[in-house]
Design a protein around this ligand. Structure first.
Ligand SMILES: [Zn+2]
Length: 214
């Protein structure tokens, strides 16, 4: 249903798509139909399958589309009914809290003996929530999707100050509860992967996105 990366949390749950039968040791049989690029496929898929130069939609783009559809569905099911035009930062925060029930990140409550333990020696009854990193990246994607779907930057609820403050509170709360100082981790990380333009980093900095509609 709602699958996202857990920043620093679980590992090995990243499904990279079904394994492709690439004609390995067996090789294609000379008679039967060979699985592979066919004219039925979309040009993009065919090009990708044949190893062409056309780049398929990135992981980021497809994730963004999925997130956007999930949010629209959330609005449709909202009680009382809520339209995108009337959506505020408070509604976005409500959405993020709603997503916590699908989270996989253990966030210890203050009374828990493992509060502040990065690696607790035993299970506890504390709730699972969405990791801050997941929420932060999600807001970055939804913020971009909102404007790509015709929303004006100045009315973008995902860029609302309240949302930024909420995310900061989640980050600080989870850092304490899980004993993970996010800032430190960030500094240690080498400059490996840069996020795509108009992504999370721009959101964090509060900078305007590349589409400057006045
Ligand atoms: Zn706990």
């Amino acid at each position: 249903m709602w699958e996202k990366d857990e920043s620093g949390g679980s590992k090995g749950h990243r499904a990279m798509g079904p394994p492709q039968p690439n004609g390995g040791a067996d090789g294609p049989s000379p008679t039967g139909p060979v699985p592979g690029p066919s004219t039925d496929q979309s040009p993009l898929a065919a090009a990708a399958a044949t190893g062409g130069t056309t780049v398929p939609p990135s992981r980021y783009e497809s994730q963004k589309r999925r997130d956007w559809n999930t949010f629209l569905q959330y609005l449709r099911n909202h009680k009382p009914p809520l339209t995108l035009a009337r959506c505020s930062g408070a509604h976005v925060i409500e959405f993020l809290k709603y997503l916590d029930q699908f989270g996989k990140t253990k966030v210890h409550v203050i009374g828990c003996p493992y509060f502040g333990h990065p690696n607790p020696p035993a299970p506890c009854a504390c709730p699972l929530k969405q990791a801050w990193g997941s929420l932060d990246a999600l807001i970055g994607r939804l913020r971009a999707a909102y404007e790509e779907n015709g929303g004006r930057p100045e009315s973008n609820p995902f860029g609302a100050r309240a949302v930024r403050i909420y995310l900061r509170e989640v980050r600080e709360g989870q850092a304490k509860a899980r004993g993970i100082p996010y800032e430190k981790k960030k500094r240690k990380r080498p400059t490996a992967a840069l996020p795509p333009p108009g992504n999370v980093s721009a959101d964090l900095a509060g900078a305007p996105s590349t589409t400057t509609t006045v």
